[in-house]
Design a protein around this ligand. Sequence first.
Ligand code: NAD
Ligand code: WQD
Length: 349
Amino acid sequence: MNTKNTILVTGGAGYIGSHTIIELLKTTDFNVVSVDNFSNSSAKTFERIEKITGRKVINYQVDLCNKTDAEKIFETEKNIAGIIHFAAYKSVPESVSNPQKYYYNNINSLLNILDCCLKYNINNFIFSSSCSVYGNISRLPVKEDTPFGKAESPYAFTKQAGEEIMKDYSIAFPKLQSIALRYFNPVGAHTSGLIGEAPINKPSNLIPVITQTAIGKNKEVTVFGSDYTTRDGTCIRDYIHVTDIGTAHIKAMQYLLENKNQSSFSIFNLGSGTGVSVLEAINTFEKISGQKLNYIIGDKRPGDVEAIYSDTLKSESELGWVPKFNLDEMMESAWKWELEQVKENKLTN
Ligand code: NAD
Ligand code: WQD
């Protein structure tokens, strides 16, 4: 039996990491510690987590690319049962203009944390992967055994490489049990409105662009292309609430800790299974917010996949994970979070 009770969350101050920590604290008995260097987040996240859960989380402000500093965490934290590794850079366009930043950070941090797993005998590891590993796929819905497509960006390539590294480690060191979770399009915010996506770098993803336009931070939303061969000509994606993504990590960690995994490296898609077009997303936002969104139709975005959504069978049958939030609730929570930030900024200014 595993008597260790701490889950180490890397990137715990980030968007998905923070929502996962909240679910870990609210629904499990695990102790949680975080490692985040705040390169795309801030310490304020932990105040928000404490407000929601009533619990303080220790964060080690360490760059995981620095192996000596990373190892110091493991010298202190002797009770780690498993690691959820979120820490990485994630902007697709930035990775195209600055590939070295992405290769250096995303690969070195992964190698260092995996080496720490081996050195400190931590055998349960979950990696944040992405549906971008599938590339431009034509057979839908996409299943876990679909081979990698051509990576459309250096970012996507870091996820493919990350999975390959984990696969090789699982062959060489079978004690190390690991899972790659391939997220589709995580969106929304905690239902309290107290926490959500708060990146330092300007977001380019559809839902934050919609809410920031509606609040007046951007002039308009540009819909990237309207002559795709989809039902309304705009691209189709599989949006999934960030809290559901958090819950899936708990299921995946429990699956590893209970030795339910069928091989030492497993892969699961995390999507809703439903495709939503850009115009449908905009219409849903207008319905739930009660306001018209200023949008224009623009050119296609280079590298965009026409349509992608997940096959959910494996995550449902093996992990027992079924997402709870629908698109209305995703939009509602994203909008609530945007409105809360305005209130908060008024109070602090
Ligand atoms: P995020 O930027 O909000 O969070 C990542 C956190 O990691 C940030 O707080 C950042 O400061 C930290 N970090 C980055 N490099 C670090 C390093 N070297 N050392 C320590 N901390 C470091 O991103 P997110 O949206 O929460 O994404 C989390 C993970 O999920 C990433 O691996 C991302 O690639 C993956 N992912 C995200 C999405 C998405 O749409 N958000 C989709 C698929 C996969
Ligand atoms: C969604 C749809 C755009 C902005 C990215 C990464 C992927 C994963 C999730 C990390 C697309 C359209 C967007 C806008 C628009 N992340 N859009 N106007 O591109 O599906 O996936 O995030 O792993 O790897 O590539 O997400 O939110 O950028 O776009 O019309 O201003 O919205 O064309 O169809 P994407 P997105």
